[in-house]
Design a protein around this ligand. Sequence first.
Ligand code: NAD
Length: 421
Amino acid sequence: MRFADLIAQSAERLAGIETRENGKLLREMRGQLQAVPDWLYYFGGLADKIEGRVIPLDRQSVLNYTLREPVGVVGAIVAWNSPILTTIMKIAPILAAGNTVVVKPSEHASAGVAEALLLAEEAGFPPGVINFVLGGAPVGTDLVAHPDVARITFTGGSAAGKQIATAAGARLARVTLELGGKSANIIFPDANLDAAEAGVIAGIFAAAGQTCIAGSRVMVHESIYEEMLDRIAHRTTAIAVGDPTDDGVQMGPLATLPQLARVERSVMEAHEDGDRIVAGGKRVLVPGFEGGLFHAPTLIEPKSPDSRVAREEIFGPVLAILPFRSDEEVVELANASAYGLAAGVWTSDVRRAHTIARRLQAGTVWLNTYRAIAFNSPFGGYKESGLGRENGIEAVDEFLQTKSVWCELDDAANDPFTLRT
Ligand code: NAD
């Protein structure tokens, strides 16, 4: 709780560091930092509610109960896009479960995480409970391979996630993985179209598309397709790109040069695949920031759902728009992805909303909203978007192991050659 209070008091300073590191809007990072303490309050409150069970066995002479014990040292490896939020999302349940943690932030955004974790010392955590190591993938690899690290929790790309799961699996260490996505945002004709339009824009252009939950595929019913294509294109073109510390700006730069190169490559691939670039598609020159990594918000109409822009995670401000004819078709289209992190559904038909929510292969489904998370609602991926869950009570389970304790209350000597059942 004290750690949370100290982060709350330092929110403005930490948000400023994060913006300077990853180029995301200052008001976005400020909002994240203001929410971060809630994770520590929630999981701090859960720490004294982790309980075992007394199990009623057939044999009344036995008392059998479970202890839920910490796993030991947990290695937490995080990405650069929401560095402090994702770090605290991990360490709050790790600590609540009684473990110690070694955090490895991204080499692209280590300072904010380090500054936030240093506050733990001031809060009174004993030395050695919260630790961090700095460096790139090789440091992460060492952490995953370390025999004293009982469990790994990772947020990052699917390629690194697979390598980590393989390395951890080789020594039977368990992993939690929060990976990438190619999330579908589905608009039915009976939706509030103004709200849907805003949700689509938020889904892909907030944070310049550099979020795992980016709604990078929008699927629009054919009866409103032309209208929505037009609306989204206008809105996309009107987005103010520039200095992320300026309150009037809506989209900052990409975080790194390779990230910008990935966005430019996806536009080039769209050309090769015969897709239509409806809006954007090129870099933006922002006066005063001539070397800046700015890219225009981009809307692409793929030639088919097989186009690379409609299938691959870009992690940038690139939206693919696809038409659909029926509920059946759109569920199939949305689920035809290697990923399954999130999905949005826009409709005023309650039956349809909940039916589609059940049928979508995604760890989070937002009905008439998008890009919302909370400390107490489970978050994680289906398929290649991950393993395990963060947030909510389930998150603590990831860092506990169960011990079954048997106590014989009858002191009779039993046949040593038979299993006691
Ligand atoms: P990344 O996978 O390159 O790196 C993430 C972290 O892992 C970094 O700290 C990096 O140093 C480390 N790392 C990289 N390779 C490693 C290896 N083989 N062994 C151990 N550690 C390794 O990802 P990134 O470019 O920093 O972030 C972008 C990706 O993260 C996107 O794919 C995005 O979808 C995903 N992401 C997912 C979530 C989520 O919650 N699901 C949230 C944010 C980002």
